[in-house]
Design a protein around this ligand. Structure first.
Ligand code: SAM
Length: 482
C-alpha cells in the first residue's frame, strides 16, 4: 500500500487516499472543537512584518477542519479572514482574462465533457492560423491582454506543434493598440520535452485541472483515452516544472466527487509542489460541472450548493495565501460577486467557450464546451468590478519581467504590491479605458484611478505612474510597467 509522502514524485504517495480519509475523519471529529477552530483561524491571519506582511497558511488537515465546521459565526470569521488575506497580498485588484478555444478534437472519453470521442453529433472544429488571428483581433478589440488557450487532447489533430504555432500567431498579432501579452495554456498532460517547448514559446502559467483526486472515481470518469492514466495526469505539474515552467495552475472540477475529499487532495497537491519544487501552485481554479451539449450535470450526484462553494473558496484562500484564485464565467454574476469577497484574484470576462466563438455576432452553441452563466460583455464586467470597489487589472508585468515562481511570491510577501502591482493595474486599466471602454466605464474608471493613485506609498513610483497615465491618455504610447 502507498505511504503518504509529500516529497514523493509518485501520485499515489503525494495524493494519498489513506491520508485523505484520515484527514476527513480528523476534520469530522473536530468540526465543533471551537478552541481548535479559533487557533486555526488565528494561525491563518496575515501578520505585519518590518517590510510587509506574512501569512502562515494552513495544512490540509487544519483547513479541512474549517471546511467541516458548520458553526455560522465561525464560517463568517473564515470569510472575514479570507478577505483580509486577499486584500493584504493582492489588494483590491482583479486580473482579467479570456479563454481561447483552439480545437475541440479529442480522443478522451471524459464523462462530463461534451468533447468526448463518442460524441458524434457535436461539430468538430480546429482553428486555422488565419482563424486564430481573427479570434485574437476580436479579443484585442474587446480589450483583452491575457488569454488561456484551451484544446482537447488529440495528438493527430492538435499535436504540440499546432499548439506552438498558435501561440506564435497569438503573440504576433498587434491590432491597433492591442496586444496579447500573456498566453496561459490549458492543454492535456504531456511530456517534459513538450513542456520545455511550451516554456520556450513564452507561455505564462501551465494550467491542468485534476478534475478529481479520487483515483477510482477518476478512472471511472475517464474510461478511455490517454487521460485515463491517473498517475500520468496527476504527475503532470511536476513534469511541467521539470521542463522549466515555474508557474503551474491546479483545479478540481467540483461536482464530480465528494467536495471534502477533493479539497484535501487539492491542498496536498499544493503542499507537494512546495515540498518538491520550493514553490506552490501559481493559481488554483474552482470550476463546477455545468450543462453542455450531451452533458447533464444532474447525472453527477455530488453537486454543491453555492454556500458550500463559497466556503470552499474561503478555505482555499486561508490555506494557500499567496496563490492566485480563478473563477470563470461558468458561474453567474451573483456567485462571482460572493467569490470575489473571499479571495478570488482572477476572473474571465466576455468569454466564449466555443471554437471560433469570438468572431461570431451571436454566441454560438454548436462547439461549446460548457454553458456560460455570466454572459455579460467585458465592458460590463469591468464596470461592475469598479462599482464594487475592485480594480480591473490587465497587467501581465510579472512574468514579462521574470518575476515568476518564488520571485512572484516574494514580491507578495515583501508588501511590494502597492508599489508595483497596484500602479501596473492602474496603468493597464487606463489603457483599457482609453482604447476600449464605453463612456460610462471610462468615467467611473478615471475616477477610480484618481483615487487609487493616492494610495501608492512611494512618491517616485506615484509620479511615474501619473506621468505614464497622462501619456496613455494623450498619445498612443502603451505598455508601461514596473
Ligand atoms: N483537454 C485538456 C485536459 O484534458 O486537461 C484541456 C482542458 S478542457 C478544454 C478545460 C476544462 O474544462 C477541463 O479540464 C474540465 O475541468 C472543464 N470541463 C469539461 N467539461 C465541463 C463541463 N461540462 N462543465 C464545466 N467544466 C467542464
Amino acid at each position: 500500500m502507498a505511504v503518504y509522502d509529500p516529497k514523493s514524485l509518485k501520485a499515489e504517495e503525494f495524493i494519498n487516499d489513506e491520508e485523505i480519509l484520515a484527514t476527513l475523519e480528523y476534520a469530522e471529529a473536530n468540526k465543533n472543537n471551537v478552541e481548535l477552530i479559533d487557533q486555526i483561524l488565528e494561525k491563518a491571519r496575515p501578520r505585519k512584518t518590518e517590510n510587509g506582511c506574512v501569512c502562515a497558511g494552513l495544512t490540509h488537515r487544519e483547513a479541512s477542519v474549517l471546511l467541516a465546521c458548520e458553526i455560522p459565526e465561525k464560517i463568517q470569521k473564515m470569510f472575514e479572514v479570507a478577505e483580509e488575506i486577499k486584500l493584504a497580498f493582492y489588494g483590491n485588484r482583479i486580473v482579467l482574462f479570456a479563454p481561447l478555444y483552439l480545437s475541440n478534437y479529442c480522443i478522451n472519453g471524459c464523462l462530463y465533457c461534451p468533447y468526448h470521442l463518442k460524441n458524434k453529433h457535436i461539430a468538430r472544429k480546429k482553428l486555422t492560423q488565419d482563424e486564430v488571428r481573427a479570434e485574437v483581433i476580436a479579443l484585442q478589440d474587446m480589450g483583452h491582454k491575457r488569454l488561456a488557450i484551451e484544446a482537447g487532447e488529440d495528438p493527430k489533430n492538435n499535436p504540440i506543434e499546432y499548439i506552438l504555432e498558435c501561440i506564435d500567431t497569438i503573440y504576433s498579432v498587434h491590432h491597433k493598440n492591442g496586444d496579447i501579452r500573456r498566453v496561459n495554456v490549458n492543454i492535456a498532460a504531456t511530456t517534459v520535452e513538450n513542456y520545455r517547448k511550451l516554456k520556450e514559446a513564452g507561455i505564462g502559467t501551465y494550467i491542468l485541472f485534476q478534475e478529481t483526486y479520487h483515483k477510482k472515481g477518476y478512472e471511472e470518469l475517464h474510461p478511455t483515452g490517454p487521460k485515463h492514466d491517473y498517475a500520468y495526469h496527476t504527475e503532470a505539474h511536476d513534469r511541467a516544472m521539470e521542463g522549466g515552467i515555474d508557474d503551474v495552475g491546479l483545479g478540481v472540477l467540483f461536482g464530480l466527487e465528494k467536495y471534502k475529499y477533493e479539497f484535501a487532495g487539492l491542498l496536498m497537491h499544493a503542499e507537494h509542489l512546495e515540498a518538491v519544487h520550493g514553490v506552490g501552485p501559481h493559481t488554483i481554479s474552482v470550476p463546477r460541472v455545468k450543462h453542455a451539449d450531451d452533458i447533464d450535470p444532474e447525472a453527477f450526484d455530488n453537486s454543491i450548493p453555492d454556500e458550500i462553494f463559497v466556503k470552499i473558496a474561503a478555505c482555499i484562500r486561508l490555506a494557500v495565501p499567496y496563490t492566485g484564485m480563478i473563477i470563470s464565467t461558468r458561474e453567474s454574476e451573483a456567485v462571482r460577486a460572493k467569490m470575489l469577497r473571499v479571495g478570488i484574484s482572477q476572473i474571465s470576462g466576455g468569454s466564449r467557450t466555443s471554437v471560433g466563438g469570438y468572431t461570431e455576432e451571436e454566441r454560438p452553441h454548436d462547439t461549446e464546451q460548457f454553458d456560460v452563466s455570466d454572459q455579460r460583455t467585458l465592458d460590463e464586467v469591468v464596470y461592475w468590478l469598479m462599482e464594487n470597489g475592485h480594480i480591473p487589472s490587465f497587467c501581465t508585468a510579472c512574468y514579462r519581467e521574470g518575476r515568476t515562481g518564488d520571485r512572484f511570491m516574494s514580491l507578495c510577501k515583501n508588501g511590494q504590491i502597492l508599489n508595483c502591482c497596484h500602479p501596473n493595474a492602474l496603468m493597464t486599466l487606463a489603457e483599457y479605458l482609453e482604447d476600449y471602454a464605453s463612456p460610462k466605464t471610462k468615467e467611473i474608471g478615471y475616477k477610480m484611478i484618481e483615487e487609487e493613485l493616492g494610495r501608492i506609498p512611494k512618491e517616485k513610483v506615484r509620479a511615474i505612474a501619473e506621468q505614464n497615465i497622462k501619456d496613455i491618455r494623450n498619445s498612443n504610447r502603451r505598455d508601461f510597467r514596473f
